[in-house]
Ligand binder design. Sequence first.
Ligand code: GLC
Ligand code: CA
Length: 539
Amino acid sequence: MKKTKWWQKAVIYQIYPRSFQDSNGDGVGDLQGIIKRLDYLQKLGIGAIWLSPVYKSPMDDNGYDISDYRDIAPEFGTLADMDALIAEAKKCNIRIIMDLVVNHSSDEHAWFVEARKSKDNFYRDFYIWRDEPNDLVSGFTGDWPGSAWTKDDASGQYYLHLFSKKQPDLNWENPKLRAEVYDMMNFWLDRGVGGFRMDVIDMIGKVVDEELVANGPKLHDYLQEMNRASFGKKLGDEALTVGETWSATPESAELYSDPAREELSMVFQFEHIVAMWKNGQKYQGTRLNVPKLKEIFAKWQKLDKGWNSLFWDNHDLPRVVSSYGNDGKYRVQSAKALAILLHLMKGTPYIYEGEELGMTNFPFTDLSQFDDIEARTAAEDLRKAGVPEAQIVPMIAANSRDNARTPMQWDDSSNAGFTTGLPWLAVNPNYREINATACLADPDSVFYTYQKLIQLRKENDWIVWGNFELLNTADEVFAYVRLFDGRKYLVLVNLSDQTNTFSSVWTVKEVLIHNYNNKLDDISALQLQPWEAFAVELD
Ligand code: GLC
Ligand code: CA
């Protein structure tokens, strides 16, 4: 038997600090706020927090534009607060995973400020400069496909930014830059962080002159070097590292996560997200295509040398109960069904704050309600592409990142208990019905399904290691068996507002989890309810 690492049995919880809990009434979530809610997270049962960026930042992209990698943004707190969070979380057996944003920095980072001063200073080569721009394009410009190059008037040269012009790309070909990054990572590891989530890490090996952005030839060399110089050296395979890799395929995921290669623990793949977007475009509409979803997950479950991560939601995506589930009549059942489907597969599950409450998308009606740079610039893109004004808000609303970023709904008091002040982004008006206090008081809530799934993973090796086999079923029924140690488990989910049927030759030994109250002792010919989902051990 392979030795199980802690992060293979644990569930990770993502916190978007700005939106989680405000502790001082300024309307912005902060580190002390997180500390106040650790008991809630402990009750849920998570093993680690992935903390979206809390570093000093002008917040052009809400912290994904860092101006000081070794300090905390004042709106979130201080270094002392961060040390306190690490220590308090540790007492609850929760590790802190920091967000590592090193494809680019902020243009307000001291390195870039220096780099701009002259062509021949030490920091110039920390960034990417050319006399003439090439055809590389950038998001967040409001001018799709906007140029990824901005002219720096002082030198007349252009600098590269694959995101907003306030996010200049770092030059990974420069060994001095790489050494600085590893040193900074060690600064945080020495303070006790348990690992890193690595922002758009598949881009650091880019070859600018070939206009090759993801999966450049040196990418894996850099990751191996990083591992040796920082988390591998400090924590060995206790470190949890997860790369954000929109370009990942099962083949490349094995390069990143095969332990023998000593790179990362796992990566986030996005095929189950992008394949549901119309024309593969984020703001053209989303439709859950269950046969396609089955095909994608079944393929990823076959990963052999590497390790999967499993997620529906994050700070860049809409709420899954709204996009893939039914956030009206079947909100609770569909939220549970999606959780059961995901959490009993092979890989490390991630929960995004509020997902465990079945939080929904926000009812956006007006462009002024969006905060996110991506939403605002995408709206401009659509307008320039000739999309009629009346269609722009609904198109952005469906997939906007702000859906995930509205404040966490703690209770039914004003502003959902998130802040006593004015929240930086409006609270979803459904907070009186959907909130943590209500969930905790209701044994049938979505919260307890997540709690149970986390517990099951801790206690059952079949969830961690069992072989995965997809069953041939009705289109909208996603059913798989996991085989482990001579035992057999069935996980079945009806991803539909309609009833469906399922038949099998098996008999049930034990019901492990089920989101309806009907009996399951005979599964020879089942009439499945809308969004019915369960896991059973078979005889
Ligand atoms: C990643 C982050 C996203 C950010 C982008 C640029 O995709 O998840 O929030 O805008 O990188 O840093
Ligand atoms: Ca605050």
